[in-house]
Design a protein around this ligand. Structure first.
Ligand code: ADP
Ligand code: MG
Length: 274
């Protein structure tokens, strides 16, 4: 499944402070002894992993990250496993979660310019994943990290889907994600297009950046047009309305988001090669 040599890997890195705790273990800062480079190591306890999440899912997270190389997606450097643990050496993203950034902002929300800049990077990263056939399926403020320079790094691909996970109907069927960010069609158990449901989650993220709280609580996914505050700029309101469209067939597509006037302002796309 994953390469052996956890001992070698652990010898090569000096583990430091805990950066975060997830459902499956800890993420620690690590210094590569040879180069002095700083990394983040996600350490998953196999017992917990195996009881909570199939081995296949860890493989999926690793396989997915191996496919992706983009400035707005966290990079995987190496992987090792011991009998009890799996280690993923990741690019260190040292500015915290997007959630912390919003909570630390003066009014608990971001200025529109800043929200737009971060949203542009989020959309660049997510659309890149979609081009590679990867749907993230768990986009939320805790899984979007920010580096020291203020750049977005999408992380935590533990629930991601690849083309081989599509049903014969070309749709995804596993209901997953986080209640506050999950698109309505994912809850309907009729199959869904993972790119469109990722777009919905990006809309929830944009809403929180601009407004300072979630658009709806997890028990009450309602039509939320009336909840998009009047004081937002008309462009931001229009884009939010088009992303948070409950009917996925009517929802704005990635290319249309990128062409939207509000998105386009001060947009400097990252171009390959990355
Ligand atoms: P889980 O699958 O358990 O949610 P995550 O991959 O989301 O695990 O990691 C948990 C937390 O650890 C994140 O929310 C974040 O705070 C921190 N973290 C994860 N990856 C990195 C990284 N590459 N750099 C810095 N911190 C990270
Ligand atoms: Mg997470």
């Amino acid at each position: 499944m994953v390469s052996d040599g956890a001992r070698g890997l652990l010898g090569a890195y000096e583990l430091g402070r805990t950066l975060g705790e997830g459902n499956f273990g800890k993420v620690k800062q690590a210094r590569h002894r040879g180069s002095g480079g700083q990394f983040a190591v996600k350490i998953m306890e196999r017992a917990r992993v195996l009881s909570q999440r199939a081995d296949e899912q860890i493989c999926r997270e690793i396989a997915t990250l191996k496919l992706l190389a983009h400035p707005n997606v966290v990079r995987l450097h190496e992987v090792a496993a011991s009998k009890t643990k799996i280690y993923m050496v990741l690019e260190l993203v040292n500015g915290g979660e997007l959630l912390d950034r919003i909570q630390a902002a003066s009014e608990g929300k971001l200025p529109e310019q800043e929200a737009r800049r971060l949203f542009q990077q989020l959309v660049d990263g997510v659309s890149y994943c979609h081009e590679k056939g990867v749907c993230h399926r768990d986009l939320k403020l805790e899984n979007v990290l920010v580096d020291r320079k203020g750049n977005i790094k999408i992380s935590d691909f533990g629930l991601s889907a690849l083309p081989q996970h599509l049903g014969n109907d070309g749709l995804l069927h596993t209901t997953c994600g986080s209640p506050n960010y999950i698109a309505p069609e994912v809850l309907q158990n009729r199959g869904y297009d993972g790119s469109l449901s990722d777009i919905w989650s990006c809309g929830v993220i944009l809403y929180v950046m601009l407004v300072g709280h979630l658009p709806f609580d997890d028990r009450n996914i309602v039509v939320l047009y009336q909840k998009i505050p009047e004081w937002l700029s008309p462009g931001a309101r229009n884009l939010l309305r088009r992303i948070l469209e409950p009917d996925p067939a009517e929802r704005i597509a990635m290319a249309e988001i990128k062409a939207h006037p509000w998105f386009q302002e001060h947009y400097v796309p990252v171009l390959p090669p990355y």
